[in-house]
Design a protein around this ligand. Structure first.
Ligand code: HEM
Length: 535
């Protein structure tokens, strides 16, 4: 056991002075000036007024007064760890990205999070979990900013602020802090049929993971991989936990939250400390234009999955989290993930939600971290050379050296970095044309079939859990019309589910199904069950 030592002395006033002796470092001000007394302010006589010239006191208070930065507008509560990703080379043929070369080991940083709660909320809320990974590759940082659920609530980023406002605390009363069990949340959901597939996942057992170590992760959107010749392959990313998928039910979650609201973060911290490093396999679903044309849903619609029966998941590497952070704020709090951080060999698609995200993260991080130079903070800095002519701004640590801060220039080798046409990032040359329009694609219109497919793929007890969770959450909704509207949606998913929820809520009469633009597929057979759920 570590011996707790203190070089203690007491002064006339009775306060404790621990002084630097032997190897103990000397306490200094931010300017490096050794401090003689950290217990008492400078004053005119022991009982006299404080003196303004006390620079040590003023600096200490000044710094303390400015310790807080804004919490993330969503995913405020999170916990991070360092690790590495090791590629098995399976993607080498379809992507030129260095991170996918056979045997390549890339350092990573992962932050897990809840979405709706504030920074101080409890870990075991029923909520989506963030699973964001920063790969510090040899060709720059690649961020896979995913969730533990493979679909999302909305199809268009225009709705994101409304969705988040509705899910977070109601503006007049400032609660609830971390639950979706309230009128505003269900009002928004029930007026947003595209969210029904996601609702099935969130109110299933997936909504309360046992710990981060037992969680899957998904990139959600369709991305592109691009090979050395410029050929593109569509891809969906999956993280598969080595420990398998495990969850807790609401009653367990309530107890755990009461006893230890830090349960998930403590679990990760303890596991890594004990050397039982959590591990995930990275899987991909790869497909081409032919599949896109043949698939019954639109691969650009983030409210849809591609069943593994149709495109199996291929394992392309593994990630191990083997190092705790040294400092929570410096690393977990200041890390800045962004979907637009891609590297040569990885590219976007026209998924509208993805394109909205590409704008939102950088924008919010300027506010959250306070300077365009947040990429200079060690947790965000690439671990490969970074050279460009961007300069100045608050906290600039990486200004161009020498005379050249522009290009082209005439200064030869002293003129700084230059373009690399052969190795540099090139966007995939996707042919694009269209008429400017503010509209949703018709191919995004079936909001119920995959929700139904998810529901019928659950075991009877899991189906009961979904019904119970919906009854429990909707019973907190005070507006009868909102409860009834939700049951109208459930009728489009499964009559038995709608019936169980209507009974649980003691609805006086069964409402009519919501008219669906594209009716739900009721012809799904047992063989249409999804094996994606059988982890
Ligand atoms: C965090 C916006 C959809 C996963 C954030 C943040 C914003 C944001 C502003 C805070 C970032 C920060 O302060 O650093 C949006 C918008 C979306 C969207 C506008 C849709 C239009 C999604 C989706 C996913 C996702 C679909 C999952 C695939 C995450 C994760 C974080 C996050 C994991 C936390 C990152 C961290 O741990 O620092 N999002 N988001 N978001 N978002 Fe989204």
């Amino acid at each position: 056991m570590t011996q707790l030592k203190s070089n203690v002395g007491e002064s006339a006033g009775g306060e404790t002075h621990q002084t630097a002796q032997g190897n103990t470092p000397v306490l200094t001000t931010q300017q490096g000036v050794p401090v003689s007394d950290d217990q008492n302010t400078l004053r005119a006589g022991p009982r006299g007024p404080a003196l303004l010239e006390d620079f040590h006191f003023r600096e200490k208070l000044f710094h303390f007064d400015h310790e807080r930065i804004p919490e993330r507008v969503v995913h405020a509560r999170g916990f991070g760890a360092h690790g590495f990703f090791e590629s098995n080379g399976e993607l080498g043929a379809v992507s030129r990205a260095a991170v996918f070369k056979k045997g390549e080991k890339t350092p990573t940083f992962v932050r897990f999070s809840t979405v709706a709660g504030s920074k101080g909320s409890a870990d075991l809320a029923r909520d989506v979990r963030g699973f964001a990974t920063k790969f510090y590759t040899k060709e720059g940082n690649w961020d896979l900013v995913g969730n533990n659920i493979p679909v999302f609530f909305i199809q268009d980023p225009m709705k994101f602020p409304d969705m988040v406002h509705a899910f977070k605390e109601e503006p007049d009363r400032g609660f609830p802090q971390a639950a979706t069990a309230h009128d505003n949340a269900w009002d928004f959901i029930s007026l947003t049929p595209e969210s029904m597939h996601m609702v099935m996942w969130v109110y299933s057992d997936r909504g309360i993971p046992r710990s981060f170590r037992f969680m899957e992760g998904f990139g959600v959107h369709t991305f592109r991989l691009v090979d050395a010749a410029g050929k593109s392959t569509f891809v969906k990313f999956h993280w598969k936990p080595k420990l398998g998928l495990q969850s807790v039910v609401w009653n367990e979650a309530v107890k755990i939250n009461g006893a230890d609201p830090d349960f998930h973060r403590r679990d990760l911290w303890d596991a890594i400390g004990a050397g039982t490093f959590p591990e995930w396999e990275l899987g991909v679903q790869l497909f081409d234009d032919e599949f896109v044309k043949a698939f019954e849903f639109d691969v650009l619609d983030p409210t849809k999955i591609i069943p593994e029966e149709q495109i199996p998941v291929k394992i392309v590497g593994r990630m191990v989290l083997d190092r705790r952070v040294d400092n929570f704020f410096a690393e977990t709090e200041q890390v800045a993930f962004c979907t637009q951080n891609v590297v040569p060999g990885i590219d976007f698609t026209d998924d509208p939600l993805l394109q909205g995200r590409n704008f939102s993260y950088l924008d919010t991080q300027l506010k959250r971290l306070g300077s365009p130079n947040f990429t200079h903070i060690p947790i965000n800095a690439p671990k490969c050379p970074v050279m460009n002519f961007q300069q100045d701004g608050h906290m600039a640590m990486r200004n161009p050296k020498g005379r050249a801060n522009y290009e082209p220039n005439s200064w030869g080798d002293a003129g700084g970095p230059r373009e690399a046409p052969d190795r540099g990032y090139r966007s995939y040359s996707e042919p694009v044309e269209g008429t400017k329009v503010r509209a949703r694609s018709e191919t995004f219109a079936d909001h119920y079939s995959q929700a139904r497919q998810f529901y019928i793929s659950q075991t009877p007890i899991e189906q009961t859990h979904i019904a119970n969770a919906l009854v429990f959450e909707l019973s907190k909704v005070q507006t009868p019309a909102i409860r009834a509207r939700m049951v109208s949606h459930l009728l489009n998913i499964d009559a038995g589910l709608a019936d169980a929820v209507a009974k649980g809520l003691r609805l006086k009469e069964m409402p009519k199904p919501i008219p669906a633009v594209k009716p739900t597929r009721r012809d799904l057979k047992p063989s249409d069950k999804l094996s994606i759920l059988k982890n």
